[in-house]
Design a protein around this ligand. Sequence first.
Ligand code: PLP
Length: 358
Amino acid sequence: MIPLAKPTITDDDTRAVRVVLESGNIATGSVVKEFEGRFSEYIGKKHAIAVNSGTIALYLAVRVLGLHRVILPAITCPEVLNAVVHAGAEPVIVDVEESTHNLDPDQLRGDRVRGADAVIITHCYGHPARMDEIRDTCREEGWTLVEDFAQSTGAVYRGKRCGSLGTISVTSFYATKSLTTGHGGMILTDSDETERLLRIARGDDAYQYLENFAPLNLKMTDFQAAMGIRQLGRLEEFVERRSRVASMYRDRLKDVEGITLLQERDGVRNCYYKVVAMVSGTSKETFISRMRERGVHIGIGYDPPLHLTRIMTSRGRTAGHLPVAERCAAEGVSLPVFPSMSREDVDRVCGAVREVLR
Ligand SMILES: Cc1ncc(COP(=O)(O)O)c(C=O)c1O
């Protein structure tokens, strides 16, 4: 079976983890600090605070900044919505653009977004969102821009790294991400005060409290950080390899009817967390199960879209009100992509696609 995703773990990672394990200092210490320093420098933000997941990174960002009404795109992973709700903010879910599945900047106007105080953008599947327009709107409206670059560590928007563009930014180092520590996450900010509050909220000193918030232990361990440092050193290579796989797909599938890869915009570098396509002429479920019969694991994408999850339907959201996202969820599938994927693997996937869609 060709898997959908596969982490690239080398002797370099295992050696670094072993050094920490053998040191006896295995909780949160100097290695986490080193990872934070290297990561903030790589992204281009003053501070980085390591935590135990991307969900927690986003939860803490929303909670510590005291955000109340937060706009987010309908096509992204449910953890984004869950983090917002747990942090006590009201989610406002808006439609996406069909070409990249990213938040559509034109949706940041009108009654639906009235009263919002923040936008979370997610650079869906590794392709940067239209940040110039989104940032202009945030500036005009006085909204906080939360940049969730969990899917785009290593991606670049008009010469700037994803993660450097928000008021605050968060990422995930989950097993399938472009840089992994198993589980893990990071919050980045240029504000000294926000950094101080985040370190308290993360549980650095359980005797210190934020207003209405008792700290929890949400830290990363030194052995995860050791792996993160090694992975960061190979991130550029990972992104290049993922890009090569994506361009092979683009080349081999361009004339195949019934499958259309998402668009690439000029001026961005996609890190290809996922390679996503829209399938037509056959149902997504049929496509996925027939690909599975041929030994290829295909991802179902973000289905249902977030406005049709139970959290949102219980708040009165119904089908039909974000039509583009509903189409993306109905027709979007993801193809296998990981740095060690070979040309033969890509040929096998594309051969199976041709057979299934014939
Ligand atoms: C955009 C986005 N935000 C947040 C998360 C949550 O990260 P984690 O799985 O590390 O909790 C993920 C993925 O898992 C994600 O893709």
